[in-house]
Design a protein around this ligand. Structure first.
Ligand code: TXA
Ligand code: MG
Length: 325
């Protein structure tokens, strides 16, 4: 079983040593827990793919301490800089042309690399003492629900890794937003995420392209597969009117997951993600609630669709992939 470590100075020093030696460490970020390796060490990165059972055509995100350090790893441009000034450290990943120091295994052989600077204080302290970037996908088996607590990592990967750094619950709870800024004139969101697209557009005072439908196979973001983030229990998404009707005749073997607490309900199979429908709260609770319901032995999980704006887009994106058969 992996050891869950408190993030004190001594443990952080040990973890840096461990990473330098080519070992993996599960680490907290503000979005989800990541499974980190020295991004400049192909053998260490290979371990990530093995542990997660992740296909090699799915590239990894490189985590860096600041925008300035990007110089060593990729080509930057003024648009990328503007985004980093507005949102780093934070849940925004930039895709940029890579430099040769980044091993092919990290980028799945592409000539671009995804880079992000997380804001979680423990992660920042860890990476500021490293002289290499950290390649880190979410610390879950490929295609399962991402972890937002150290015990989620322990439950899924505890027998395959040695250490998990405990940073408490990830407060955003969904992965970073990924934007392709290789060509600033045609910047495109590749994955909806914790940073709403509206906030990006507000900051840069222009529209950015939305993800292409069905980004899979040969597309730019192979990780954005139609089926992902999935519980083992069958999951279905419902619009509000359909759900309301269904709730009239609920069957106890189906779990209903609502966005807000219902005004009157006593059924033990009815669950909710927030008191009043606050989207940031819903996002932060989503994965841990899905894990809980997945373990509870229901025949099916039925989830209420979020409004298609701001973080609601990200929530629906994850739910649609979780529901994909
Ligand atoms: O919030 C996050 O982004 C978390 C935390 C740990 O930082 N990480 C995360 O990593 O979600 P992961 O491996 O689950 O998702 C990485 C995705 C890939 O599946 C792919 O869609 C995209 O990032 N990606 C990585 N490199 C890329 C590249 N060069 N071009 C296009 N997309 C890329
Ligand atoms: Mg992932």
């Amino acid at each position: 079983m992996a050891t869950i470590l408190k993030p004190n100075k001594e443990n952080l020093r040990e973890m840096r040593k461990f990473l330098r030696l080519g070992e993996l460490v599960a680490v907290p970020t503000e979005t989800v827990y990541g499974l980190a390796a020295n991004a400049l060490d192909p053998k260490a990165c290979q371990k990530i793919f093995t542990v997660k059972e992740r296909p090699h055509n799915d590239p990894l995100i490189c985590h860096v301490p600041d925008f300035e350090s990007l110089e060593q790893y990729c080509e930057t441009n003024p648009f990328a800089k503007r985004l980093a000034e507005a949102f780093w450290p934070g849940p925004l990943t930039l895709v940029l042309p890579k430099k040769s120091i980044i091993p092919d295994i990290v980028t799945a052989g592409r000539d671009s690399v995804a880079v992000r600077c997380p804001s979680h204080p423990i992660f920042r302290e860890l990476i500021e003492g490293c002289d290499f970037p950290l390649a880190a996908p979410s610390a879950n088996p490929f295609a399962y629900i991402s972890p937002t607590l150290a015990i989620h990592v322990q439950a899924n990967l505890g027998d395959r890794i040695e250490t998990i750094l405990d940073g408490g619950p990830c407060h955003l709870g969904v992965e970073s937003t990924i934007i392709d800024v290789r060509d600033p004139k045609s910047a495109r969101i590749l994955r909806y995420g914790a940073l709403p697209i509206e906030q990006i557009e507000d900051a840069v005072k222009r529209r950015v392209d939305r993800p292409l439908p069905h980004q899979s196979g040969m597309s730019i973001a192979p990780g954005a597969l139609p089926k992902h983030y999935s519980p083992r229990t069958m999951l279905e998404l419902r619009s509000v009117p359909v759900l309301e009707e269904e709730l009239q005749k609920t069957d106890g073997s189906i779990a209903y997951l609502l966005l807000r607490k219902p005004s009157h309900s006593s059924s033990s199979n009815i669950h909710w993600l927030s008191e009043n429908g606050e989207l940031d709260r819903i996002a932060s609770q989503l994965y841990s609630k899905l894990r809980e319901l997945d373990a509870a032995g229901y025949k099916k999980i039925v989830v209420e669709e979020a409004p298609e704006l701001g973080l609601g887009r990200t929530i629906n994106d994850r739910l649609r992939r979780a529901a994909f058969q």
